[in-house]
Design a protein around this ligand. Structure first.
Ligand code: 5GP
Ligand code: ZN
Length: 113
């Protein structure tokens, strides 16, 4: 999608610190990390958010969670980690391209603020 930041990162038009890349999924470090590990995992193909997922997206979702589990191992998050996806203004979604935050390396509170 034109003028979509994460489409541009996925196609190489905008630089990012990419930590994992498959045919369907790209993962890169968040530019403003909120934990020692803070990686964004996104589909290459534009999807607005989890609210826009369709049956045809099942395979890419499975790939996303494979990448998340593999990165969590690579990053040594043996004590646990958090996976977050924000949808819309109440949740604070600021980039309208589906992304999962993989966060770890510190203790998180629950419920979130
Ligand atoms: P959201 O607020 O939509 O859930 O998450 C968007 C995330 O994208 C934020 O954590 C923000 O720091 C990150 N972000 C925004 N712009 C860029 C960028 O240009 N590069 C990278 N690597 N992350 C970005
Ligand atoms: Zn996009």
């Amino acid at each position: 999608v034109k003028d979509c930041l994460f489409c541009s990162i996925a196609d190489g038009g905008v630089d990012a610190d990419i930590v994992s890349s498959t045919s369907e999924v790209v993962a890169f470090r968040d530019i403003n990390p909120q934990s020692p590990t803070h990686v964004l995992v996104v589909p290459r193909r534009h999807i607005d958010s989890v609210a826009a997922l369709a049956a045809a997206d099942r395979d890419v979702l499975a790939d996303i969670f494979d990448v998340i589990a593999s990165l969590a191992r690579d990053e040594g998050l043996d004590e646990g980690y958090r996976v977050v996806t924000n949808v819309g203004p109440d949740a604070g979604q600021s980039v309208p391209h589906l992304h999962f935050h993989l966060m770890g390396g510190r203790r998180f509170s629950w419920p979130p603020g």
